[in-house]
Write a protein that binds this ligand. Structure first.
Ligand SMILES: *Cc1c(COP(=O)(O)O)cnc(C)c1O
Length: 341
C-alpha cells in the first residue's frame, strides 16, 4: 500500500534504526540521558531559544506551552481551526482551565486587525488574554505557510499588549525547507515553539518545546505531571537527531510530489481549492462523487488517503513515497476522474 494518509506513517530508515540502537542511554527523568540532552540542546540552538524539552508527542509539547503560559480563567487566543483547539481533545480547557477565544483566519493566518477584534477589553467582564498561538504550517488549511511578515506583526503587537506568543510548529521544518528562511528567524518573534520529529522528518516518536529557561523548566514539571517523563528515551531521541542530520532536506521532495498532484488535478470533479505550499494536498470531490467512494477507488489501486469531510480527502506524500509511487497515485486519481466522466 502507498500510504499517503499522513506524514506520521513513516517507518525508521535503516540508518535511523542503527542510530537508535547505538544511542548512549541514561535516565532522562533523572536528567542524565546524554542523547536526550544532546537533542534538546541541538533543538534549542536551531530554533534560537535558550532551552528545549523533549516530549512524547506534539500535543504534549503544545499543552505544556499552554499550561506554562495560561492560568485558569485566562484567555488563549488562536485561529478557529488550529490544531490546539481542534485536534487536542479539548485540552486547553480540560487540563488548564484556559478560556479559548477564536480568531478567524485566512488559510490559517491572520494579521493584528483580526486579533484586535477578538481581544477582550481590559474590564472585569472578560477573561484576561494571556497567550496568542500561531500554527505554521497550518494543518487544516492544507500545509499553508503563515507569512513571516504577519508572524512578526502579530507577535510584536501581542507582546506590546502583554501577551506571550506560542508557535505550533509541528511542521515548521517544512516552512524552513520551502522558504529557505532560517529556523531561528522563523522563531525569532515568538516566546515558545513546538516542533515534531514524527511527521515528515520520519522519526518514530517525539516533539520538542523550546523557549526561555524559566518557561521550559516549568514545562518540564508539567511534562512529568502529564506522564510524559520517559526513562531511556535516548533511543527515541537518537532517531530525532538522525532525522535532523539526514532527513530534513528531503522534505523538498515531498513538496514537489504534493505540487505534482495539485498541478494534475484541476477539473470539475476533483479539485484542489488551496495553494499547495508544502506537503499537504486537500482534494475536493464534487457531486455526484464523495470522499468515501474516492477512498475506496484509491485503495483498490493500492493508495491509502484520509477523508477529512464528506467531500474532501487529504494526501500527504512522505518518506517512502517515491516518484514511481507518485505515478501510481496520479494514475489512481485520473482513473477515478475518467470513470466518472
Ligand atoms: C501533528 C500535529 C501536532 C501534534 O500531534 P501529535 O500527534 O500529538 O504529535 C500539533 N500541531 C499540528 C499543527 C500538527 O499537525
Amino acid at each position: 500500500m502507498i500510504d499517503c494518509r499522513s506524514d506520521t506513517v513513516t517507518r525508521p530508515t535503516d540508518g535511523m534504526w542503527e542510530a537508535m540502537r547505538a544511542a548512549e542511554l541514561g535516565d532522562d527523568v533523572l536528567g542524565d540521558d546524554p542523547t536526550v540532552r544532546r537533542l534538546e540542546d541541538r533543538v534549542a540552538g536551531l530554533l534560537g531559544k535558550e532551552a528545549a524539552v523533549y516530549t512524547p508527542s506534539g500535543t504534549m509539547a503544545n499543552q505544556c506551552a499552554v499550561g506554562a503560559q495560561v492560568r485558569p480563567g485566562q484567555a488563549l487566543l488562536l485561529e478557529a481551526t488550529a490544531h490546539i483547539y481542534f485536534y487536542e481533545g479539548g485540552a486547553p480547557s480540560a487540563l488548564w482551565g484556559a478560556h479559548t477565544i477564536l480568531i478567524p483566519g485566512d488559510g490559517g493566518a491572520f494579521g493584528w486587525a483580526q486579533v484586535a477584534t477578538a481581544m477582550p477589553p481590559d474590564d472585569v467582564h472578560f477573561a484576561t488574554p494571556a497567550l496568542l498561538s500561531l500554527e505554521n504550517t497550518h494543518n487544516k488549511a492544507g500545509g499553508r505557510i503563515f507569512p513571516q511578515p504577519l508572524v512578526e506583526e502579530v507577535s510584536r503587537a501581542a507582546r506590546a499588549h502583554g501577551l506571550r506568543v506560542h508557535l505550533d510548529g509541528a511542521r515548521l521544518w517544512n516552512v524552513h525547507v520551502a522558504t529557505g528562511l532560517a529556523l531561528a528567524d522563523l522563531c525569532g518573534p515568538v516566546d515558545t515553539v513546538s516542533v515534531c520529529f514524527s511527521k515528515g522528518l520520519g522519526a518514530p516518536v517525539g516533539s520538542c518545546l523550546a523557549g526561555d529557561l524559566d518557561t521550559i523548566e516549568y514545562a518540564r514539571r508539567l511534562r512529568k505531571r502529564l506522564g510524559g517523563g520517559m526513562r531511556q528515551a535516548g533511543m527515541l531521541a537518537a532517531g530525532c537527531l538522525y532525522a535532523l542530520d539526514y532527513q530534513l532536506d528531503r522534505l523538498a521532495e515531498d513538496h514537489a510530489h504534493a505540487r505534482r498532484i495539485a498541478d494534475d488535478l484541476d477539473n470539475a470533479l476533483l479539485g484542489v481549492s488551496h495553494p499547495v505550499e508544502t506537503n499537504i494536498v486537500m482534494v475536493d470531490v464534487a457531486p455526484p462523487g464523495d470522499a468515501e467512494e474516492l477512498l475506496e477507488h484509491l485503495a483498490s489501486h493500492g493508495v491509502a488517503a484520509l477523508a477529512v469531510g464528506t467531500d474532501r480527502i487529504r494526501l500527504i506524500p512522505c518518506l517512502g513515497v517515491d516518484g514511481r509511487a507518485m505515478d501510481t497515485v496520479l494514475d489512481a486519481l485520473n482513473s477515478y476522474r475518467e470513470g466518472r466522466a
